[in-house]
Design a protein around this ligand. Sequence first.
Ligand code: ADP
Ligand code: MG
Length: 251
Amino acid sequence: MSEVLLSARNLTKKFGGLAAVNDVSVDLWRDRIHVVIGPNGAGKSTLTNLLSGDLPPTSGTIMLGGHDITRASPEQISRRGLGRSYQKTNIFLPFTVWDNVRLAAQSRTAQQPWNPLRWLQNAAQDAEVNERAESALELAGLTSRRTSIAGAASHGEQRQLEIAMTLATNPQVLLLDEPLAGMGVAEAERMVELLLRIKPQHAMMLVEHDIDAIFALADHLTVMVNGTVIASGLPADVRSDEGVQAAYLGE
Ligand code: ADP
Ligand code: MG
């Protein structure tokens, strides 16, 4: 059964006099993809940063899996099961795809300071880390790329790898800021398939611009303009909303 995994209420983030996010509420459900769209400067990335703990909100509350994480650090929030792309999961280009995923799989539980070679030695002896890495690799569709050097992988494969590394931390909630950015048609289609494949086990929020992908993926669509939500609901309803068409879709 579907359940709310993350619930944010009345989030506001002010930078000086500017409310980059203004009284925004979001619920993220398991097995549902929540897409956030809006023009540049709308506050989409700031909202993502509030949910992941990278920025503290000026006001409002965030609950994750029944715990108040409003003032928690990104590390605490990650341990509670929220994963976001490009946070600690930076690809280590000289290493193989498999080693990158194994390093990410360790990052959530590692007690020692960052030392990739030491960590990989430990990972080799840790059945749980290997299992988590293996299933993340498979979910991300990269099993056949295991031994490729990450730096030699295509742009699309590197984005898949970022998702695999995020999945390897075993998150329940995933925040992805423009996962299709810079992709060609075939790469974008592969990424849409990937996201649909991982959807059943996760609650997801995507910030995205690609219109085809938005309507292929979104169970729930939110439109932000100048920090404010101007429409939120089923994609078909939001699409036909006059205010949205005037403000954003320009149709
Ligand atoms: P989006 O991701 O929708 O393009 P952002 O969340 O990046 O929008 O930015 C929303 C607004 O907040 C913009 O006007 C931006 O200039 C401003 N902003 C974002 N981050 C900061 C910051 N760290 N300090 C000051 N202003 C910021
Ligand atoms: Mg942004």
